[in-house]
Design a protein around this ligand. Structure first.
Ligand code: MLT
Ligand code: MN
Ligand code: ZN
Length: 295
């Protein structure tokens, strides 16, 4: 199973258009690599790919990745796009894929409803680009020979659909993880997760590789840095650090572990930071745009 990180950053990207934090300024100045919004491509043969989440940066991401280039006059190596939630950073890229070339959009009913409820997505012609609804816990072929299974992970409705009251640990069809199996290896892609429950630990125990929500280093990062007013958990994202953080909760997992969907405020973007050293010292990788791995 081959993976190509199309984008490692969380919503907004690195740098984010309106952010003058140290990371964003360093990315603008080229002192650290800039990064697109989160998206992961997966393939068995390196020719036919599935894209997990279509970020608003997908045009640039495809341009930068020869794997994603057309090999004929009007054509794409992308056979399917799978959506793990209805947030803008994961669906808006569909609008860039509207030029009458076939692929399949896979998502749960609830995530399909987000597309159906926003008529702008009708620009992606359903006659050419079928939308296939996937039930939880039901394997399907994401690509020929590559089976995927969606399962609920704790999360919330998309930011732009939040009401007055927001439940941040919903377990249903609005936020899902993806199990990928090729008959040889098993990988998981979970770019948004509010908390690692014991149930989730059990579900991913067989992982050979895990791409996991690395949005924030700690829960009050956006408040502390003056960039926001919400905690990570309020945003549906577990922090990396701390006793209930992802590193501690996933410490027993024997898999190649990679953080993806990393917010621009996160200190792990800085290669020389203590936080990056902590992450790598605990056996985790930090995803980078264009990075290819194989299991
Ligand atoms: C998130 O992951 O919390 C969302 O992408 C937020 C957003 O839509 O900007
Ligand atoms: Mn996001
Ligand atoms: Zn920033």
């Amino acid at each position: 199973m081959k993976f190509l990180v199309l984008g490692a950053a969380a919503g907004g990207g690195l740098p984010q258009w309106n952010c003058g934090c140290a990371n964003c300024n360093d990315a603008r100045a080229g002192r650290i690599p800039a990064s697109g919004q989160s998206s992961l491509a997966v393939s068995l043969d390196g020719r036919s790919w599935a894209v997990l989440n279509a970020s608003p940066d997908i045009r640039q991401q495809m341009m930068a990745s020869p794997r994603m280039h057309p090999t004929a006059l009007r054509d794409t190596p992308v056979g399917s796009v799978l959506l793990t939630n209805g947030d803008i950073d994961h669906i808006a890229g569909l609008l860039s894929l509207r030029e009458q070339t076939p692929f399949t959009i896979f998502a749960t009913h609830e995530i399909q409803q987000v597309l159906a409820g926003n008529r702008i997505f009708d620009a992606v012609n359903r006659q050419v680009v079928p939308r296939v609804t996937i039930a939880l816990e039901t394997p399907f072929d994401l690509l020929p020979g590559l089976s995927a299974t969606l399962f609920a992970v704790p999360g919330k409705v998309p930011l732009f659909m939040e009401g007055a009251q927001v439940q941040t640990d919903l377990e249903g069809e609005q936020t899902v993880g993806v199990r990928l199996q090729d008959g040889r290896k098993t990988a998981y892609y979970i770019p948004g997760c509010a908390t690692v429950t014991d149930k989730l630990l059990g579900q991913i125990a067989d992982a050979d590789a895990l791409f996991f929500d690395g949005t924030l280093w700690d829960d009050d990062e956006m408040i502390r840095t003056g960039t926001g007013v919400k905690t990570g958990r309020r945003m549906g994202h577990i922090p990396i650090s701390g006793p209930d953080g992802s590193i501690a909760r996933l410490a027993g997992l024997k898999a190649a572990k990679t953080f993806i969907h990393i917010n621009n405020t996160n200190p792990i973007w800085q290669p020389d930071s203590a936080q990056r050293a902590f992450v790598t010292g605990n056996g985790w990788q930090v995803a980078a745009d264009g990075q290819e791995t194989e299991i």
